[in-house]
Design a protein around this ligand. Sequence first.
Ligand code: ZN
Length: 303
Amino acid sequence: MTAAPAPIDVGLRIDVDTLRGTRLGVPGLLRVLEKHGVAGTFYFSVGPDNMGRHLWRLLKPGFLWKMLRSNAASLYGLDILLRGTFWPGPIIADKAGDAIIAAAQHGHEIGFHAWDHHRWQTRVEQMSPEDMERSISRGCDALSGLLGQPIRTTAVAGWRATESTIEVKQALGFDYNSDCRGDSIFIPVVSGAEMAPQVPVTLPTYDEIIGIDGVDDSVFNERILDGIKPDALNVYTIHAEVEGIARVELFDRLLSLAAARGIRFRPLCELLQGVDIASLPRDRIQPRQMPGREGWVSWQGAA
Ligand SMILES: [Zn+2]
């Protein structure tokens, strides 16, 4: 008689970028996650929803191709694509605080994603450390004000962190952050100083692989599950705007298929439990291009 294979733990990160994702996507995800008894880490955007400014990026051919490939209007909703283009973006924490509180009440870990997601993603390289500090503090204050508890973890918008971002976050004292792509939990080293642990994302997101190399919804879940490696760090990111709304049934099926394979999704903080910090690799955070994503994203790299 052979023993059942050991369960594989996978960190589940849920990014919430927009007002629509918070209002509609978060309740949808809470229902599906509860149905499967799964908890994850929600990273919330809380300030002005200016994601509609993405519309201007249609002028760039790479972005236009991605929008067509992923059928962005049906995936994200036209209101998201237009938001902030013709009128000022609404403050998400003011308009949809109930959904954020509900996520915490359902037992999920809550972290900070962005004050102004669009501004961070497009302008982080031009932001001064003081500007970054204001943006992160303002957002964390709004989030902790809603929840009545301090925020212990953050994840930059668009996987765009510079070394300066990591130093700013260190001064704000978070337990750990998830700011980059990579393959193991590590200690980032910036200017010779060791920073709080990073839990990198290891798997691709829906919009990064859909429509490429024959990947459509009929094979998407298998593609993700096949990328999960036993005896390695596995972290998967979903978006409230996608897996909570237009692809909620696809995500529901992913959770069923994962359970059948012995895969357990967990909040990121649980991946750090029992980890010996001294034994973690010391690495750098470096900008890199990646398939399916426009411009650079932060990667774990050798120090
Ligand atoms: Zn995001």
